[in-house]
Design a binder for this molecule. Structure first.
Ligand code: TRP
Length: 452
């Protein structure tokens, strides 16, 4: 085999691996758990419109930029920003962007792991037939029971953290990509089955109308910020996760096409989850604004009543667990990589340290749902505070910096060379990354602060 053949084969498989890893990172609890519940809290249609607009006009151009930075820098985010700012003759302080991302990922994982723990708990509840024939009241009681129990939640949170760190310890490559390759289509199929069930629920049209007919009087500046923040969250943007993954991407691969695929898959999964859930909400007179428990209080009703519900219930929560796992890995990887690179400790130890610290913060998050639920800052419990701080502030600020760096600081010849887009495509991207994305993020912030 000549060198050339080998390298071509290697590169093809890396591109595929990248798409799988990045899609695995993007599709997670954000799509299936968070998107429906924040849509319910923010009145539906108009919120969904703003979210979709943010994905298209801000998320996609920033994802292209973030992957590009990773591929050009080819190191961990902090070091990538250092070398790219040197290359552009810019301020070395750009590398603080890497720090911001590392801390954001760490804070997100602390509560992400707790919610993933709920999904694990539900695998067993489904397995032991807990949802069979239940009504809305019983399903709510099951969820409230889990919320009230720090012990159960701690158990599952701890287990999820151990599994995540085991995978990270072995390195992100390996069995995981193969798993994603099979899990993503499986998740898609089961969502389709749930959508079919929702169609027969009697309130399908009401659900669709809630999701897709916008009433802009229902949203305020804070809702717009939440929608924008969620566009970053669901695409895993603004903290360097996609940047790290992008650093393994071969030179000739079209970054734009890859981005469209990832963003498309991510959006479809979120919309399918919404289409499956809201008809159930209305058919059972549940509250759309129920909050973080929404999917746990609606989908079990479907599993308890549909044909094959036992099997689909178990499968669904298993797939949700895997979707959460492939996302969690990308949340902690930057911190682990940094510890290995800069503190000169082995990967194994870095995992133990980073994982333990994250776990400890997660313990406090568990308590925020029960024994510490009275402790509030700015009217938010610890879970809500961490979520707001990361998704609504840190990720958009990170994304804003990425846009400014890619649009204004890097030399145009370099970005052109890296993206290899057709002339017009490049101009569209450049316009979005220079003006539309940063100005939008900035305006939303000003609006929330009450300046506008
Ligand atoms: N995108 C994932 C989800 O929707 C969560 C996630 C993984 C993430 N990695 C990230 C969010 C990096 C922000 C930044 O569930």
């Amino acid at each position: 085999m000549s060198d050339k053949t080998r390298s071509i084969h290697g590169e093809w498989s890396s591109r595929f691996a990248f798409i799988l890893a990045a899609t695995g990172s993007a599709v997670g609890l954000g799509n299936i758990w968070k998107f429906p519940y924040i849509t319910g809290q923010n009145g539906g249609g108009a919120f969904v419109m703003v979210y979709l607009a943010c994905v298209a006009a801000i998320g996609i151009p920033i994802m292209i930029a973030e992957i590009m930075l990773g591929r050009r820098g080819r190191q961990s985010p902090i070091n990538t920003m250092q070398s790219l700012s040197a290359e552009a003759g810019a301020d070395p302080r750009w590398h603080y962007l890497g720090w911001l991302g590392m801390i954001a990922g760490f804070l997100i994982l602390a509560y992400y792991s707790v919610i993933a723990g709920w999904a694990m708990a539900y695998i067993f509840k489904a397995f032991f037939g807990g949802f069979f024939g239940t009504d809305a009241g019983e399903v709510k009681a099951i969820f409230d029971g889990l919320m009230a129990s720090p012990i159960q939640q701690l158990f599952w949170h701890t287990l999820f953290m151990i599994v995540t760190m085991q995978v990270v310890m072995r390195g992100v490559q390996g069995g995981l990509e193969k798993a994603v390759r099979f899990l993503m289509p499986a998740l898609f199929v089961i969502l389709m089955i749930l959508v079919a069930y929702a169609m027969s629920s009697g309130a399908y049209e009401q659900g669709i109308e809630f999701l897709f007919s916008p009433d802009f009087s229902k949203i305020d500046a804070d809702a717009v910020l939440t929608a924008m923040g969620h566009a970053f969250f669901t695409l895993s943007l603004g903290m360097g996760a996609i940047m790290v993954y992008g650093s393994y991407l071969p030179g000739h691969v079209s970054i734009a096409k890859t981005t469209f695929f990832i963003a498309g898959a991510d959006t479809i999964v979120a919309l399918l989850a919404g289409i499956a859930i809201f008809p159930l909400v209305f058919a059972n007179n549940l509250e759309a604004a129920a909050g973080p428990g929404l999917i746990f209080q609606t989908l079990p009703l479907a599993f308890g009543h549909m044909g094959g519900g036992w099997l689909f219930g178990v499968l669904f929560f298993v797939l949700l667990f895997f979707a959460a796992l492939t996302s969690s890995i990308s949340l902690i990887e930057p911190a682990v990589a940094w510890l290995v690179e800069n503190k000169e400790i082995e990967r194994h130890r870095a995992c133990v340290w980073a994982g333990s610290a994250c776990w400890a913060l997660g313990v406090a998050v568990v308590f925020s749902f029960n024994i510490w639920s009275g402790h509030k800052w700015f009217d938010k419990n610890l879970f809500e505070l961490l979520d707001y701080l990361t998704a609504n502030l840190m990720l958009p600020i990170g994304g804003l910096c990425i846009a400014l760096f890619a649009g204004w600081t890097m030399r145009q010849t370099d970005t052109e060379q890296e993206l290899e887009l057709p002339e017009q495509g490049f101009q569209v991207w450049q316009f979005l990354i220079k003006y539309v994305a940063p100005v939008s993020v900035f305006l939303v912030f000003l609006h929330v602060l009450g300046v506008l």
